[in-house]
Ligand binder design. Sequence first.
Ligand code: GN1
Ligand code: MG
Length: 361
Amino acid sequence: MKTAEQLKQIALQFDIPGNILEIKPLGNGLINDTLLVKTDGVDDYVLQRINHAIFQDVELLQHNIDCATAHIRGKLAGDPDIERKVLRFLPCKATGKTYWTDGSEYWRVSVFIKNAHTYEMVNPEYSYYCGKTFGKFEAMLADIPDTLGETIPDFHNMELRARQLREAVAADKAGRMAEAEVKEILADLLPYEAEMCKAERLYREGKLPKRICHCDTKVNNMLFDDQGNVLCVIDLDTLMPSFVFSDFGDFLRTAANTVAEDDPAVDKVDFRMDIFEAFAKGYVESAKVFLTPVEKENLPYAACLFPYMQAVRFFADYINGDTYYRIKYPEHNLVRTRNQAALFHAAYSKVPAMKAYIDSL
Ligand code: GN1
Ligand code: MG
């Protein structure tokens, strides 16, 4: 843990106007450390320590973010509320780059967006706006002239995630393969592996494009204003070329689940069709300018893929001894796995209904 003075010294590496009054924790991400920097000036700021163990190429990561935010800024030019609709990162005083490093830790600062709210759950009306926003976000980035890289190579590659699970099982580093429940979950997940790797097959066959996607479209990565309008998409670390399934599927993974992703009450997990329909409607409305028939017809698959992939990722982390996701208690990743596996099954059983709805759009 850093002292208040140490945090202040880090924040002062950036061109922050005004005096820093206080620095305190913000949000509940599982990867980076996020802090709010209160100042006596016009704006407050968000100070983040980028998890360098996970994001190994911070230079590339900030390049992606700089290019994407600049491109979106161009598209929103003239909008009087532009400062609340796209993030602004401050340059480091010494280097002019949008991050600062002491050689071991990586930090960045962005302007805190005022009067904005995040939610952990949304109703169908908000889901529709979220769908519209993520579709528009991808549409705005569709013609970005810069080349963006993968900040985590093969981040949403299901074949890789399945392989990592198999490797975790074989290595059994934490000795957890002896647990009866672990064996049960493995037996439950493995039969769907080949089916869930469909996106990679379509890509190899040249039938599925990669586009610039957000790749972490959890509900709580959207900012809303006081009236419930979507302002802006945040948490851009995983912005990278991927399949559109990433953004479509990961939103529903969090929003359509009747409970939180780590709720131990597995019997309460369900996949909400009202949320699916509202989000899909909004998404297809704004993404139709670029969406191909193969992308569109596979949106129900995406809704299954993401709970499945997340179950596989949480499960592999549990088996590896909890090295990736921040946990609050020893079984946390196992609880998350069970929850996501239940969500996968719920979504899977609703694929025919999802298909019928997508066809109607
Ligand atoms: C991580 O950092 P956060 O909490 O927004 C993870 C996502 C997972 C999510 C599960 C870089 O996102 O992929 O879906 O946890 N991000 C990374 O809650 O692995
Ligand atoms: Mg987040």
